[in-house]
Design a protein around this ligand. Structure first.
Ligand code: HEC
Ligand code: HEC
Ligand code: HEC
Ligand code: HEC
Ligand code: HEC
Length: 405
């Protein structure tokens, strides 16, 4: 990373070049340290998942002696599951262009621990299976393929073991006095925590019930899908949100749009996961799309120098705002408003559209990520406002959705 990168990608980079310079001397130490943190987190959290439960005969009937088997070895007998996994973001966790565009700015062992978990410890550039298979079968199924080992145990523990080890982690903090890195106290990704809080307030679904639905493949066998769809699925995104947009004419030619976006069928915040994900609602009048108003639902951060209790100076990122849509049965939601001035008393059409973005468009452009990859239209609508109407409701139920009680 260099100064030019810093200027090109001001919002993305976790590292400042001067911190990198301070840290560079300690790079091998950092690598060892972070590998230790990540892998021990994974190992600790995944204990149940990896515990031997199947009798040894089951293991050898899988032909998995030594558990070095790659996904190719599973494809023979689990072709449908392997086919789904091949199309998943888990398989492309290392090769994916969005990940690679970020990793180029922050080439840290910290990242490799999760995005290329089969990579041998000190390898700076994962190759072969570690790169190509990303989060492969044996990362989750361990030596005895025993995902079911946790099915019987308590659900929260099971979810933490299966998914939480990777879908929950804190920001890295850079230790400026002694050099090196540690984990900060604030979550960088909080998906598991968001889910846990939703469960505490009454949500009953597990990660698998939404992300590994039962499917029947062409061979007719029922299994849990390994496609692991997320925010790249328009259908899933759409099922996550209820939108209700209204318009009110006010005095002196002011027109107000009230935009309510709340959670429907989802088990965590929307968006969740990576720090740069956002929802954007755009609202405009008549043909004036170029003058549209924007409402953003996202987390916001700032970087700070802080002293920890031991007096150590650290450079950390802190969340300063979270305007995301919270999971169902969480906080009450009130509409957000945008205003248009000098609106004539004649008829108008208010247009709105809501989309999901992997990252802010200017950031995507600077990383050469195509708009079509970065942005996904979730829903759109329009409201006819005639001269007499004081308040008009857009169709609050999305077309095709079942009636809500
Ligand atoms: C020679 C065929 C064969 C190969 C190769 C094979 N499996 Fe299996 N596997 C089976 C059969 C048969 C079952 C039991 C029926 C079922 O659940 O589909 C099974 C069941 C499983 C289960 C469910 C375990 C349980 O406790 O019920 C998992 C998980 C699994 N396999 C993972 C894998 C993985 C990962 C690989 C590759 C590393 C693999 N298998 C390779 C045949 C195979
Ligand atoms: C991200 C973690 C993850 C990855 C990667 C993964 N699995 Fe699974 N798999 C699971 C979980 C969790 C379950 C159990 C779902 C349940 O029953 O709740 C499961 C269940 C299974 C089962 C049991 C049958 C079923 O559908 O319930 C088989 C067989 C299986 N996986 C094979 C594979 C193979 C083969 C691969 C690689 C091509 C693979 N898995 C990759 C997490 C994973
Ligand atoms: C070894 C770490 C690891 C484990 C275990 C794991 N994941 Fe993931 N998962 C990842 C990474 C890394 C990505 C992002 C890959 C990318 O896009 O670069 C991801 C992506 C996903 C996505 C897709 C996000 C998108 O952008 O489309 C979903 C959904 C998901 N995981 C759900 C799960 C669930 C459910 C479990 C538990 C059954 C699980 N994961 C277990 C690391 C893991
Ligand atoms: C009630 C259903 C439901 C449950 C439970 C649920 N999810 Fe999701 N998940 C969704 C929907 C819908 C989306 C798409 C909207 C979004 O991105 O937030 C999604 C998106 C995601 C993404 C994609 C984030 C991205 O940026 O692409 C990940 C990763 C994920 N979920 C992981 C998990 C994990 C891990 C759990 C369990 C701790 C879980 N989910 C529980 C419904 C669910
Ligand atoms: C503890 C595990 C973990 C670590 C460490 C980690 N990630 Fe991730 N990363 C994930 C998971 C889980 C997701 C999936 C969430 C989502 O898609 O929103 C993800 C998603 C991403 C995405 C979005 C990928 C896509 O295809 O849209 C980028 C970019 C990314 N990570 C970059 C990095 C970088 C760079 C580092 C190192 C500075 C890093 N990650 C460290 C677990 C991790």
């Amino acid at each position: 990373m260099n100064q030019a990168h810093e200027r090109e990608h001001p919002t993305r980079s976790l590292l400042r070049s001067r911190i990198l310079m301070a840290a560079r001397a300690h790079l091998s130490l950092i690598s060892t340290l972070m590998l230790g943190v990540t892998m021990s987190a994974l190992r600790g959290e995944s204990q149940d998942l990896r515990a031997p439960v199947s009798p040894p005969s089951t293991v050898s009937s899988h032909g998995l002696r030594g558990a070095r088997a790659s996904a190719t070895a599973c494809a023979h007998c689990h072709s449908e599951i392997t086919g789904e996994w091949t199309l998943s973001q888990h398989r492309t966790s290392w090769t994916d262009e969005v990940f690679q565009s970020a990793y180029r700015l922050e080439p840290m062992q910290f990242c490799r621990g999760c995005h290329a978990p089969l990579n041998p410890d000190a390898q700076p550039v994962p190759t072969g299976e570690a790169a190509h298979d990303g989060i492969s079968c044996r990362v989750c199924h361990g030596e005895n393929n025993s995902a079911r080992a946790v099915a019987a145990s308590e659900e929260i523990t099971a979810q933490r073991a299966r998914c939480g080890g990777c879908h929950q982690f804190n920001f890295p903090a850079f230790l400026l006095t002694q050099g090196g890195m540690a984990l900060a106290s604030a979550p960088m990704q909080d998906t598991f925590g968001e889910w846990q809080r939703a469960v505490a307030s009454g949500m009953t679904e597990t990660c698998q019930s939404c992300h590994m639905p039962w499917v029947r493949g062409p061979e007719g066998r029922r299994h849990r899908s390994h496609r692991f769809e997320g925010s790249r699925s328009q259908a899933l995104l759409s099922s996550a949100l209820i939108t209700d947009v209204r318009a009110t004419r006010r005095a002196h030619g002011v027109l107000t749009a009230h935009v309510l976006v709340r959670a429907d069928h989802v088990g965590h915040a929307v968006p969740t996961g990576d720090v740069f994900r956002r929802l954007v609602v755009r609202v405009w009048l008549d043909q004036n799309q170029s003058e549209s108003r924007e409402i953003v639902y996202a987390r916001q951060y700032e970087s700070r120098y802080e002293r920890d209790p031991a007096g150590e100076l650290r450079w950390v990122r802190r969340e300063v705002q979270d305007t995301r849509v919270q999971p169902p049965s969480q906080a009450l939601v009130s509409p957000r408003e945008v205003h248009f001035a000098n609106v004539t008393p004649s008829t108008h059409t208010l247009h709105w559209r809501i989309e999901h973005q992997l990252m802010p468009p200017e950031q995507a452009a600077s990383k050469h990520i195509a708009d079509a990859v970065n942005r996904m239209l979730i829903r759109e609508g329009e409201i006819a406002i005639d001269a007499a109407n004081s308040q008009v409701n857009s169709n609050p139920t999305p077309p095709g959705a079942p009636p809500r009680g």
